[in-house]
Design a protein around this ligand. Structure first.
Ligand code: ADP
Ligand code: NI
Length: 214
């Protein structure tokens, strides 16, 4: 199969897989990440096939939503699609470097493609869409909107971050507000500015209303 056929069949597979996902990791999230990643790659460079395939597959094995962590669905799909070994390894390497793993955990990406897809995924976690997704995730996991008693924890290990059950407002301080300064490409950093400011405006209004001052 040529690259464009592989991308087309991957789109169909991922669309049906994520159609009903209700924690903010739905098909439309994947579409936005793919399109943001393509826009960043248009400026930063990188191999577009690797960027697109990694964007499409990046949440397939995510610990937050995946049911069976012992088999990599992404790897299985790449083998089934007869993606050559060299490309398969590059795509899998990008996928493994996308996710946030805790405020104190270094997730510097090693290839230009991984930097691009990580930035695209993180841009979709901030701004107005980011706010919507954070509460969709929190609601889906039965978390509180806000617990005034909670304090942000700078998790130094992935396991601590995984085990956290914090309220969604606190998640802004543990992750979302940190993303702008951790963008890996200049283009991603430029795009993150406006979305970051929106998070700050949202939080300001949220606390005014919470305190009955608005
Ligand atoms: P990542 O792999 O970097 O976590 P995702 O594409 O999986 O990126 O997006 C995670 C989404 O889940 C974000 O939009 C984030 O706001 C949302 N979310 C909300 N609350 C939490 C939480 N307590 N822990 C992790 N993610 C959360
Ligand atoms: Ni994602």
């Amino acid at each position: 199969m040529n690259h464009s056929k592989i991308i087309k069949s991957t789109v169909c597979y991922i669309e049906s897989h994520f159609e009903q996902e209700g924690s903010g990791h739905d098909w439309r999230h994947i579409c936005r990440v793919r399109s943001l990643a393509k826009s960043i790659a248009a400026i930063e460079g990188g191999d577009l096939f690797i960027v697109e395939m990694a964007s499409l597959l990046h949440d397939l094995d995510d610990w937050k939503i995946s049911v069976n962590s012992s088999v990599s669905l992404a790897e299985e799909w790449l083998r089934k699609s007869e993606v050559i070994e060299k490309e398969r390894n590059r795509i899998m390497e990008v996928v493994s470097q996308v996710s946030f793993k805790g405020a104190g955990v270094d997730t510097t990406a090693t290839s230009v493609e991984a930097k691009i897809v990580q930035d695209a995924d993180r841009l979709d976690a901030i701004g107005a869409i980011g706010v919507a997704r954070a509460f969709a995730y929190g609601g889906n996991k039965g978390r509180l909107i806000y617990n005034p008693g909670s304090r942000p924890v700078m998790h130094t290990g992935f396991e601590d971050y995984k085990g956290s059950n914090t309220d969604t407002i606190n998640h802004f301080y543990e992750k979302l507000l940190l993303l702008r300064d951790r963008m890996q490409t200049k283009t991603g950093r430029d795009m993150a500015g406006k979305r970051h400011r929106f998070l700050e405006i949202f939080l300001k209004e949220f606390f005014l209303e919470w305190e009955g001052k608005n």
